[in-house]
Design a protein around this ligand. Structure first.
Ligand code: ZN
Length: 330
């Protein structure tokens, strides 16, 4: 099986009412952990790389790690997705590397920090849709802004999605999936006090538009991982995330793609800290990267079960980018 357009993975999820996790990667162990979890639970999967991750891995390394995942797992529908593309140029680069899906985040200007206006967002997103669809590549856009800053991306302030504007945006751009802001944040410190997601906004958006919806900043920041980090010398007091129950509610209300980065980072950090603290004589990287990979596999498999993705890997005949090109050309 080759890479699958993300549109198909999300359309299928939307039809059956389950969510698909999109997991960020920077290195081999993360790619392997995600695919091991997908195998274990028989789940379709989205692997995504930020611009920062691509730069860190000198582009080529990460590309080949992701392609290795496809080669090793022919029974798993997998999309390779660019997270938070900031310009048509960044999208062109990702497509030239072989990505089957791209995000253009036109809610921010090209610096990835300054909130843009609606007209700018429509213009840049439309240009990406026109370019990407020629290659059969899926496009995710964003309207409204999230809180928090991750990988240098984010305005730092939350601006909830306006449902009517979201509808106009989808009609004006023709994109395939829409990230909306309902109060989630990037990073490990999402809420002061209790979670407060704007489910009313999600309901209103869902009533107006039919394409799959995406939730960014959706890590749960599990207490056991934070406790392990802190127990073994880390310092992450007060870290909080979105409880799984609320994510499941969001899926029920129509979210199809759930972005998870922070929880993967925490799993790796907790496992490595534990080895360093309890077995200080170890110095072979495999002795701590191996346990990190195992911990991450467990966390991701748990999410695949909780999001309802498990068991859906062989529900459908995967399309190729060439097939998808024909769909877009119609
Ligand atoms: Zn994001």
């Amino acid at each position: 099986m080759s890479l699958v357009p993300m549109k198909q993975i999300l359309d299928e999820a939307r039809k059956k009412g389950y969510g698909v996790g999109a997991f960020n990667v920077n290195n081999m162990e993360q790619v392997q952990a995600i695919m091991a979890a997908a195998q274990k639970t028989k789940s379709p999967v989205i692997i995504q790389a930020s611009r920062g991750a691509l730069k860190y891995s000198n582009f080529t390394y990460l590309k080949h790690l992701m392609l290795a995942a496809v080669e090793e797992n022919p029974n798993i529908p997998m999309a390779m997705h660019l997270d938070h593309g900031n310009s048509l140029d960044s999208v062109k680069k990702a497509i030239s590397l072989g990505f089957s899906s791209v995000m253009i985040d036109g809610s921010l200007l090209e610096d990835g920090k300054t909130a843009s206006d609606y007209d700018y967002n429509v213009k840049v997103t439309r240009s990406v849709v026109e370019y990407a669809h020629q290659y059969g590549v899926t496009v995710e856009g964003e309207i409204g802004t999230l809180g928090g800053i991750e990988d240098g991306v984010g305005s730092g302030s939350i601006h909830l999605t306006d449902p009517a504007e979201a509808k106009r945006f989808v009609d004006a751009t023709g994109l395939d999936a829409l990230a909306i802001a309902i109060g989630t944040s990037h990073g490990a410190y999402k809420f002061k006090g209790s979670t407060n997601l704007a489910f009313n906004v999600l309901k209103e958006v869902r009533a107006l538009i039919t394409i799959p919806l995406v939730l960014h900043g959706a890590s749960s920041v599990p207490k056991e991982l934070i406790d392990a980090v802190n127990q073994y010398g880390g310092k992450m007091p007060g870290a909080t995330g979105v409880p799984m129950k609320e994510l499941q509610e969001a899926i029920t209300l129509g979210v199809s793609k759930i972005n998870v980065d922070t929880d993967g980072r925490l799993a790796i950090t907790a496992a490595i800290r534990k080895v360093f603290a309890t077995e200080p004589e170890k110095f072979d990287p495999r002795d701590y990267l191996g346990p990190a990979r195992d911990t991450l596999t467990g966390i991701i498999a748990g999410k695949m079960n909780d999001f309802g993705t498990a068991g859906h890997a062989s529900d459908y005949q995967p399309l190729s980018l060439a097939d998808m090109k024909k769909v877009y050309a119609k």
